[in-house]
Ligand binder design. Structure first.
Ligand code: 13P
Length: 323
């Protein structure tokens, strides 16, 4: 497996960064090292949450979250149920398994099967504290929208999460930021949690505009989402060039993007939201790469595609070694 690291982000192409005025963008870029230094200080205490919580405490409140996005796999219901059963069996066999609910120190685990399999997969995995989610929803409540699935529908079969803005929906199904924003808000309206996927394409990566792309997507896709609702939002940074290619992003480079996304959240909301929002990395995550990724300060979990279709691989990913 090859890993890849980012070039330094040049200062050109700021025009793409629509969510913030140019001077704020430049200021954020210039102040990033200072901010990073300030945030990394052990026991750093700031005026977060009315001065009651340190940044360190807020960081430690971010429960790890591992998610398996099965995409349009496997081919049949029987195969899907076998995958779910196999994964649960692996979890019970592994030592130190700590998948499962929100117990302190545990990792939250979510799987995203195709719509027809959600109910039965949920019946299998729920006993293990694993939740299910929908790979997408439409933003209307009901009506003549052939082929679409409403938030109320996936909620009624037990979904707790919805993927919003996955790059495959953006590129293959023309999901715009306006529509993604509506889907994020619809997901929240129905008491579910969006996992908002953002990330640059290969061309954008080559242009060195990763930060601008992520900032634009985060700011547009979360427009109108309240600070209170941000407690239920997870962000997944998924560089498009890393998805399904075997080119896992260098852990440190991914961590830098995660830190940058937190600066955007701080601008949009405040430092408390920036530090408490969970941000996953996605793109060719494997058992071999997960430990390095999860050792990073600002990577709170992974959104896994291909490897989540193998019970043993996904079980190992869920049981990443944090030290
Ligand atoms: P891969 O893990 O197959 O690269 O897919 C990542 C992804 O798109 C998860 O949503």
């Amino acid at each position: 497996m090859r890993s890849i690291s980012y070039p330094r982000q040049p200062m050109h192409a700021l025009h793409l960064f629509c969510g913030f005025p140019l001077h704020i963008t430049v200021a954020m870029k210039l102040s990033l090292p200072l901010l990073a230094t300030a945030l990394s200080g052990a026991g750093a205490f700031t005026a977060v949450n009315n001065g009651r919580r340190s940044l360190t405490e807020l960081n430690s409140m971010r429960q790890p979250i591992m998610a398996g996005n099965w995409k349009m796999n496997p081919a049949t219901e029987a195969d899907a149920l076998n995958l779910a059963r196999g994964f649960c069996a692996m979890l019970t066999e592994l030592e130190d398994t700590c998948a499962m609910d929100a117990k302190e120190g545990c990792t939250e685990v979510v799987v995203f099967p195709p719509f027809p399999f959600i109910s039965k997969v949920k019946d299998i995995v729920a006993k293990y504290g694993i939740t299910v989610g929908a790979q997408q929803v439409y933003y209307e409540n009901k009506g003549a929208f052939t082929g679409s699935v409403a938030a109320s529908m996936v909620k009624s079969v037990g979904c707790e999460y919805v993927l919003c803005g996955h790059s495959e929906r953006r590129s293959l199904f023309s999901d715009s930021d306006v529509n993604i924003n509506l889907k994020v808000k619809k997901t929240l309206e129905f008491g579910m949690k969006p996992i908002l996927c953002v990330g640059e394409t290969q061309d954008e990566y080559d242009l060195g505009i990763t930060q601008e792309v992520c900032a634009m997507q985060v700011s547009k896709d979360l427009r109108g989402v309240s600070k209170e609702d941000m407690r239920n939002v997870v962000i997944a940074y998924e560089p498009v060039w890393a998805i399904g290619t075997g080119l896992v992003c260098d852990a440190k480079a991914a961590n830098d993007v995660h830190k940058y996304i937190r600066t955007i959240l701080a601008k949009m909301y405040d430092e408390e939201v920036a530090q408490s929002t969970r941000i996953q990395y996605g793109g060719s995550v494997t058992p071999e790469s997960v430990d390095g990724l999860m050792a990073m300060s600002d990577i709170d979990g992974c959104l896994v595609g291909g490897a989540s279709l193998f019970a043993d691989k996904f079980a190992r990913i869920v049981n990443f070694k944090s030290d």
